[in-house]
Each structure stands twice: as structure tokens, then as C-alpha cells.
Write a protein that binds this ligand. Structure first.
Ligand code: AMP
Length: 510
């Protein structure tokens, strides 16, 4: 059997006229169109000398041509390497030098800047824009649509995705054909996707969420997606009248809740709302249920592993929890120092093993070895616990743990208490260098617009709720928390901004 992801997605397609993608501009792309487009592009890749195993680095805006290029690359047995269109030349230099692609595909406006970088590693540069123009697109139009999908084994590479790298150098996660195909197939089952589904696709496609979870799952189920260039809350609400599923990061749900058009009626045709890539506040979950009658289904995954756990389709979707392990995936919680498995309801390091877990970091064998246990479990770097029903609760990245006076403080525990206070929208708790405690627990808090809550109020309210060592030494009010495009709070930025908080005399916060 050909284990190529492309074959596993499309070999048993029964109806090529079925709709695969719709664009807001009204273009309708059938499965047959998408497969033919990918065939043309795959022929061009082969003609340009791209061989099995070669990397194809792609910095192109989210678009159907870009998605077709992903499929073409996989089909030609090359390795798709998507790059955030926001990356500057300086950043691209690192990724391209590290990955040594055979081909770099970029927007025509970037071609001149990228030429010198590509030349360093002997890569060709081709162009493709979101409208389907550029040298690669032109060559594709002249190429044949038929292409024999190259045979791959389960363990061969299909893609490299660089981790967001908030601590240290960004690492290339090597994902195999089986990693992607097995995860997509398991999610189709768990989330009950069928060919009747219409996904609102508003996520970027340079990240595991929009590229693999959203696109692979939709295509494998023979469903269709409305492919939006970016998230637009008003438009998403309008589309809910003819879609069935939304996949989003928590920020989507927060922004949708701010829109008065979001109501029971506007969501009544929808079947499922899925959230991931960052923690969904329990409050947001509850508010969403109250406003729409739908319980958001939260799941947990990462670049290196695809999806690991999911709240159930049937059964309790618990606010603040990410559900049990997906079928075929093993999750355990261990002592971070010794690796010994811990009992239920004990906080430790989350580790996962399964067909979804990546092959290792690109050209970083030592880093790879350090993050796997001898029995094959991957050390995720996330701290959490498992409850009696095997639902996983995430407490944040291990690197965000605060150690104050020698004691561990889990930011999530403190954040949950602060978030529950009247007048508070959300908070981020970080450790900041402190002359007496090593690190001082520090809370950055976003208040409701008209709320009069003060630093003293917050500290006072926590007195009966948290042990003294867990309570913030300082509470600082901010207008908003810094977030990356996937909605993750960038605690590294906060730590830098407030690095000298306890060495300077910051005024009390009114
Ligand atoms: P990325 O590799 O960019 O997908 O980021 C993966 C990280 O995002 C995980 O290791 C978690 O720290 C975090 N994450 C993903 N999904 C969730 C979730 N549902 N709740 C909390 N954190 C999450």
C-alpha cells in the first residue's frame, strides 16, 4: 500500500465533482479541481528537480493555490515547509539556512529579497501569489494534471513545521505521512465529520491547526470548507447560517462573543465548535454555552504531535479541561525530574506516545534525544494533571512555572482565581526576578472597561483563596496581553517587560 498522505486522503474518492473549497469571492473548487491542480504543481516540482525528501519552503499567503502546493509537495514525496507570511528576511534566513530546501516558493514581492538567501543553500526560487499568479502558477497551467503519486512509507517525512520558538531557537518538527494521516483519520471519527459538513476555515495554514487539523480532516471526510483569508467575526457569524463546524483559537471565541449578532438563532444550524492551540478560559466556555446553546469542544495538541486529547463528542465537554487521550494515543503525567508516572490528580509533566508523535527535530539529534523517554514517550513541556475520568487539565508550559522561595507556583491556578474576580477580564501570571524570593509571583491583569478594581482589591480577594506564597507580590494592570497569531499569551515578552519590576519602585496600581 502507498502510505503517502495524498493517497490516503484521495485514493478512494468516489465523486470528483464534490465541492471541496469555497472562497468568499464565490469560487467553488471541487475535489477533482484540487487534485488536478496539485497534479500540475507536482509535475512542475518534479521538472524543477525537486526529489523525494527535498524540502520545499513556502512563504505564500493563505490561499487555494498554497493549499494545492501543500498537496502537490506531499504527492511528489517532497517535504512541505510552510513559513508564516509575516516573517521578515532576517527570520527567513534562519529557516532557509537550517532547512536547506531545494525550492523556495514565495510571493512575487519577496522574490528579490529571498534570492540571496536561497542562493546560499543552492535553492531555486519560484513565485506564487494568493491569486494564483507567479512563475510556479504559470508553469503549472502548462503542465499535465495527471501525476503518479510517489510511493512513501509510513515513516517518510511529509512536512517540517518550525515550532514557535518562544524559548530559544525555533526547531523544525519532522512530521511523517503516517503522523498526519493517522491523526486526521482519528479526528474525523472523534468529531463525527461527514461529507455533509461545511467547515468555516479562518485559521492560518502555516500552522498545524489550520493546515493539518482543519484541512486534512475536512478533505478526508469529503466535507467542504469555506476558506477565509483571515478571521473576520462578522463574516464568520454570517457564514454560520450555512456551515456546520468552526475550528478556532480561543481568541476567535472571545471576539465572536463581543459581537451582538452572535445568538442562539445565528448558531442553530452549526453542529460543532472546536477550540485549541491555547487555553480556552472556563468563563469563555460558559458564556459561549449560555449565548449559543453549544458547548465548545476543546482539544489539545502541538506542532510536534498533532492532536493528543479531545473532549468527547458525546459526553461532558468540561470547561478548562482538554479531554482524554485520542484513541491510539497514550498520555501520562510524570515527575519532571525522574520521569516516574504520577497518580491521578497530581501535577506533573505531560508525556505522549502514539502514531501522531513526530520523528524528531530536524538536524537536532541531541535535542530530540533529550525530549523522548527511552520507552518512546515525548516530553511535551506542558504541565498538567489527569482527573479520575482521564480528562487532562493543562496548567501551562513548564518554562512558565514560577519558583518562589523554593516553592512551585502554577500560573494557571493563580490566573483562575484572579479571572474569577469581578471586574477582571483575564490575567497572566509570571515569575519575575526578585531579590528575596528568587522569583516573585507577578500578575498582569486586564480589567473590564469601567471596572474600578485596584491592586489592593485583587490582593485582598486572594487572601482567603490562595496560600501566601502563591499570591502575587505585585498586580499590574495592562490594556491587553501580548498574543501571537494563534492566540497564545507571550509570557516571554511579559517577563522581559517586567524584568526589573522588583528592582525599581513601581507605583501601587490604582
Ligand atoms: P503549537 O506547537 O504552536 O501548536 O503549540 C502547542 C502548545 O500550545 C502546547 O504545547 C500547549 O502548551 C498549548 N496548547 C495547545 N492546545 C491547548 C489547549 N487546548 N489548552 C491549553 N494549552 C494548549
Amino acid at each position: 500500500m502507498n502510505a503517502n498522505l495524498f493517497s490516503r486522503l484521495f485514493d478512494d474518492l468516489d465523486d470528483a465533482d464534490r465541492l471541496a473549497i469555497e472562497t468568499p469571492g464565490g469560487r467553488r473548487i471541487t475535489y477533482g479541481d484540487l487534485i488536478a491542480f496539485s497534479g500540475r504543481l507536482a509535475n512542475v516540482l518534479a521538472a524543477r528537480g525537486v526529489k523525494p525528501g527535498d524540502r520545499v519552503a513556502v512563504q505564500v499567503e493563505k490561499s487555494v493555490p498554497n493549499l494545492a502546493l501543500y498537496l502537490a509537495t506531499v504527492r511528489a514525496a517532497a517535504v512541505y515547509l510552510p513559513l508564516n507570511p509575516a516573517y521578515t528576511l532576517n527570520e527567513l534566513d534562519y529557516f532557509i539556512t537550517d532547512a536547506e530546501p531545494a525550492l523556495v516558493v514565495c510571493d512575487p514581492s519577496k522574490a528579490d529579497g529571498l534570492a540571496a538567501i536561497a542562493a546560499k543553500v543552492g535553492a531555486r526560487v519560484e513565485t506564487l501569489d494568493a491569486g494564483g499568479k507567479g512563475s510556479l502558477a504559470e508553469a503549472a497551467m502548462a503542465a499535465q494534471p495527471e501525476f503518479d503519486t510517489v510511493t512513501r512509507a509510513n515513516d517518510d517525512l511529509a512536512a517540517i513545521l518550525y515550532t514557535s520558538g518562544t524559548t530559544g531557537r525555533s526547531k523544525g518538527a519532522m512530521l511523517t505521512h503516517d503522523n498526519l494521516a493517522s491523526n486526521a483519520s482519528s479526528l474525523v471519527d472523534c468529531w463525527r465529520f461527514t461529507d455533509q459538513d461545511v467547515l468555516i476555515h479562518a485559521l492560518p495554514i502555516y500552522h498545524t491547526h489550520g493546515l493539518f487539523v482543519a484541512s486534512n480532516v475536512t478533505l478526508l471526510a469529503r466535507a467542504s470548507m469555506i476558506f477565509l483569508p483571515k478571521f473576520d467575526p462578522g463574516l464568520v457569524i454570517e457564514l454560520m447560517t450555512r456551515a456546520t463546524v468552526l475550528m478556532g483559537v480561543p481568541t476567535f471565541y472571545i471576539r465572536l462573543l463581543q459581537n451582538p449578532a452572535l445568538m442562539h438563532e445565528s448558531t442553530s444550524r452549526m453542529r460543532l465548535f472546536i477550540s485549541g492551540s491555547a487555553p480556552l478560559l472556563a468563563d469563555t466556555h460558559r458564556e459561549w454555552s449560555a449565548r449559543t446553546g453549544h458547548a465548545v469542544l476543546e482539544r489539545y495538541g502541538m506542532t510536534e504531535t498533532g492532536m493528543n486529547t479531545s473532549n468527547p463528542y458525546d459526553g461532558d465537554r468540561v470547561p478548562g479541561a482538554v479531554g482524554p487521550a485520542l484513541p491510539g494515543v497514550s498520555v501520562r503525567v510524570t515527575d519532571p525530574e525522574t520521569g516516574t508516572e504520577l497518580p491521578r490528580e497530581t501535577i506533573g509533566m505531560i508525556e505522549v506516545r502514539g502514531p501522531n508523535v513526530f520523528k524528531g527535530y530536524w538536524r537536532m539529534p541531541e535535542k530530540t534525544a533529550a525530549e523522548f523517554r527511552p520507552d518512546g514517550f515525548f516530553i511535551t513541556g506542558d504541565l498538567g494533571e489527569m482527573d479520575e475520568r482521564d480528562y487532562v487539565h493543562i496548567l501551562g508550559r513548564g518554562t512558565d512555572l514560577v519558583i518562589t522561595g523554593g516553592l512551585n507556583v502554577y500560573p494557571k491556578e493563580v490566573e483562575s482565581e484572579i479571572d474569577a474576580l469581578p471586574g477582571v477580564v483575564e490575567s497572566a501570571v509570571i515569575g519575575v526576578s526578585h531579590p528575596d524570593f528568587g522569583e516573585g509571583v507577578t500578575a498582569l491583569v486586564v480589567r473590564d472597561k469601567d471596572a474600578a478594581v485596584t491592586e489592593a482589591d485583587v490582593l485582598d480577594a486572594l487572601k482567603d483563596r490562595l496560600a501566601k506564597f502563591k499570591r502575587p507580590k505585585r498586580v499590574i494592570f495592562v490594556d491587553e496581553l501580548p498574543r501571537n497569531t494563534m492566540g497564545k499569551v507571550q509570557k516571554n515578552i511579559l517577563r522581559d517587560t517586567y524584568a526589573d519590576l522588583y528592582r525599581r519602585n513601581w507605583p501601587a496600581q490604582p
